[in-house]
Design a protein around this ligand. Structure first.
Ligand SMILES: [Zn+2]
Length: 300
């Protein structure tokens, strides 16, 4: 069925593609999403934070443009093998928001799922589709779509193959989790690398000390470290370790390597203390560090 908002949706997706490439990580509401996207003579909002289901006034069709989750309940939405179960707005099944959500199912229009990663930050997932509607339970099922690029015009499409869809969802879920973990870890470290104190948010990651067997890792502050990309990569590859008494250790192979300005970035911190979060409960868990440090030792 033809979607009267096709042009509006592609303008929305185009602006989101631009924003996600500018911000690399999740996108802030302030100064970014709040501006909306250019369409026609003006701009159209992407979402209403905390409201959930959003259909813009500028739309001509009935289907929602986006849905969002609030950070207060970021994992409220139940995951399935290939998507999330998303609840209707409480109240009447036929109130305007629910109507817009259900129309996205009836018309199979692509939507944006703004997944909150912290207060004021969202990971925009698009194009997504509502692929099941359950008015009795008052919930829908949303699943990732894909973009088919025919020359210069990217076209949102559903993923027909269930295995491919599950794979796409799994990847998305890991990414959303990683973004959320990063927003949890960086503030206690005052948005600095715990090893070198680099303070450039775009170059900082949250590293798990112990990564769980599944894609989640345990998402607690004491299982994380704020690291710049170089130190994160070095930590993941056991070129740098952190002892349970919070000291940086550089692998022997690196220490014995030839000098060079870049290498100093690693070697210079050997046996130096890491910068710790002020609050005790935020500090890296020494037991977890001990386990991880063993790995570093045996890798050397
Ligand atoms: Zn660093």
């Amino acid at each position: 069925m033809h979607d009267p908002d096709e042009a509006l949706r592609s303008a929305c997706f185009a602006e989101l593609r631009r924003l996600t490439s500018v911000y690399v990580q999740d996108v802030p509401y302030r100064g970014a999403l709040e501006r909306g996207f250019p369409f026609g003579a003006g701009s159209v909002p992407f979402l209403t934070p905390y409201k959930g289901i959003f259909r813009a006034r500028e739309q001509r069709g009935p289907a929602a443009l986006s849905i969002n989750t609030s950070i207060k309940s970021p994992y409220r939405d139940r995951a399935t093998a290939d998507g999330w179960v998303y609840s209707y707005r409480t109240g009447d099944v036929n109130q305007p928001d629910n109507k817009a959500l259900r129309a996205a199912y009836a018309l199979q229009t692509p939507i944006v799922y703004f997944h909150a990663t912290a207060a004021g930050y969202y990971e925009p997932l698009f194009p997504w589709f509502v692929d099941a509607d359950d008015p009795v339970e008052g919930e829908v099922h949303v699943t990732p779509g894909k973009v088919i690029d025919l020359g210069n015009k990217p076209i949102p499409a559903q993923i027909e193959d269930p295995i491919e869809r599950q794979y796409a969802f799994r990847e998305t879920r890991v990414r959303v989790h990683q973004r959320h973990f990063r927003r949890l870890i960086l503030p206690p470290y005052q948005t600095k690398c715990t090893i070198c104190s680099l303070r450039e948010e775009r170059l900082l990651d949250a590293a798990h000390i112990i990564s769980d067997a599944d894609e989640h890792g345990e998402p607690v502050i004491s299982n994380g470290l704020s690291l710049c990309t170089i130190h994160h990569r070095a930590f993941d590859n056991d070129l740098v370790g952190i002892s349970p008494d919070y000291e940086v250790h550089v692998s022997r192979s690196l220490l014995e390597d030839e000098d060079g300005p870049m290498l100093d970035l690693l070697k210079g911190f050997h046996r130096q203390p890491i910068q710790l979060p002020r609050r005790r409960t935020w500090r890296p868990d020494p037991e977890r560090l001990a386990i991880r440090f063993e790995r570093f030792r045996s890798a050397a």
